[in-house]
Design a protein around this ligand. Structure first.
Ligand SMILES: [Zn+2]
Length: 268
């Protein structure tokens, strides 16, 4: 599932289209991604407008068009963005194609957990729901104080589960949450209320470090993270903890509905 850095990567895929005018909008109206807004409204709402800019926030994206049109996109489990030549005919899983004449902007989603929305506003401000999103880990407003106040509201929730809560940690998903716990040597099941202030400062710092590194490596051109990170070992059957001197077999188990990977020695 795309997390903050993967979302940033996909956002940039439509950048070559900035400045182009939407000459045609092609959709699959029955696709489940149109559960919040009918495809016809997206077609009529975007046709003839100029693509101005794109933004990413956590797991969400926002694309602005001339005349106050804002297209919001959530990639869900399997959503992807890419460009194609102008006049591109949508394939089976390509539920939205914006034809700009010389190129096409394509949104595909074969599992259809993604969704989209369109706001038409009178001024040039992004819609209110976007402006009200909580600060992302690399935002200066994502402070130690904010993290502590958020965590202390849920003392009986495991740290790993809380790291997935988009109200407190927008953009953090399954692999990043496991990585943060592993880097800090904290068992993912640790109840948040048992972490003292110094430990929560560490959580803040590590959340930012993992986010920064993910953005640098994945958010730019989808490179590979360092082999010394848990990420590269977590899905492998028989995966071994990559920490120098540890080499213990990793554990993968369900924690509150999400597959969770950790090292029983480092995080014991
Ligand atoms: Zn280990």
């Amino acid at each position: 599932m795309p997390e903050l850095a993967e979302v940033e990567y996909y956002r940039k895929q439509w950048e070559p289209g900035v400045g182009g005018e939407v000459v045609r909008v092609l959709t699959h109206p029955a696709a489940r991604i149109y559960r919040d807004i009918p495809a016809a409204a997206v077609e009529s709402g975007l046709a003839g407008r100029t693509f101005l800019a794109s933004h990413a926030h956590g797991k969400q994206m926002l694309f602005s068009f001339s005349g106050g049109a804002w297209l919001g996109l959530h990639l869900g489990m399997s959503g992807e963005l890419r460009t194609a030549p102008g006049g591109h005919a949508p394939a089976k899983h390509e539920h939205l194609v914006l034809d700009l004449g010389d190129q096409s902007l394509v949104f595909s989603d074969y599992r259809m957990f993604g969704c989209l929305g369109l706001d038409l506003v009178d001024d040039n401000e992004p819609p209110a729901w976007w402006r009200e999103l909580p600060p992302q880990p690399l935002d200066p407003r994502f402070t130690k104080k904010r993290v502590k106040e958020f965590v202390w509201r849920f003392p009986r929730t495991p740290l790993k589960t809380l790291l997935l809560d988009q109200r407190g940690f927008p953009g953090i998903g399954n692999w990043m949450a496991d990585e943060i716990c592993w880097q800090l040597r904290i068992p993912p099941q640790t109840l948040s209320g048992s972490l003292d202030e110094a430990r929560l400062d560490d959580v803040w710092k590590e959340t930012r470090r993992v986010s920064r590194e993910a953005m640098r490596v994945i958010g730019t051109d989808w490179g590979d993270l360092a082999d010394a990170w848990l990420m590269n070992h977590r899905w492998r059957d028989g995966g071994i903890c990559p920490r120098r001197g540890c080499r213990t077999g990793l554990v993968r188990e369900d924690l509150r509905g999400r597959t969770t990977c950790w090292c029983p020695k480092c995080q014991g």
